[in-house]
Design a protein around this ligand. Sequence first.
Ligand code: GLU
Length: 304
Amino acid sequence: MDYQKIIQDVYEKVQPFAKTGKQADYIPALAKVNPDQSGVCLKTLDLQQYSVGESKVRFSIQSISKVFSLAVALSCEGKNLWQRMGKEPSGNAFNSLVQLELEHGIPRNPFINAGAIVVADVLLSHLANPEEEFIDFVRNISESETVNYNFSVARSERSNGYLNAAIANLLKYHGNIKNDIEHVLQFYFLMCSIEMNCTELSNAFLRFADHRKEFNYCNVHLTSSQVKRINAIMQTCGFYDESGEFSYLVGLPGKSGVGGGICAIYPQRYAVTVFSPRLNAKGNSVVGMKFLELLTTETKESIF
Ligand code: GLU
């Protein structure tokens, strides 16, 4: 498969969509991002790497971090984690409060904000130095020592994070947050603020694509079955209330973030990351969705 040619062709085909949508502006620091950037990096299991556009420009990974935090939490808690959250698609917006109230503080899955806030709480309970240990893990799987948090993005989100604070309070009321709410929120926003480029993200997601191999990075140890299940949750819950649509159009497990990134994996074959900040109404990158739809159409490769 000539992936370089295919991704270049597809990249050109998605350019007519480049001005559609707008970047996330509910996080003040993200409203300032240049929306006219885009990049792609596809990396195969045999370590061939193919890139187009601004694949080395770092961006805010936001909810893509929820895959990394779930990996750490599963390594710490194993299946006990599922007593505190489900693994069903929510069919609701990523920051919805309604379902959480009806379901008595048990989030539908770890990839909506409520679930990821509980995951942040789990990490605070288990890790001696959560901030350092989490970033060390992300650096290790992305093969980049310079990946880091953006503390001013995290502060900017905290200063406007009324809805996430409401979610955290509701979780605490139902006994599903053990640590101090403020500490949990700050750690959650910090994980979302990590900046990475397409190449670093594809390196990291390649570990999940290679699910037959044991996952041992820093102190995070997962069995192949656990990695397979993280991939299953990406497939069913990775795109908020657009997860069904992504599955239908693209046919790969993946995870998006409101920073405009989307990572997807073709198990046992490749990891691919697309970045373009303009989002659709559901909070997913317009160009990213279209690019991945055309990629799996042109290659005729998907899990289906
Ligand atoms: N930090 C963002 C929030 O909590 C993440 C949302 C996302 O990327 O979906 O609202």
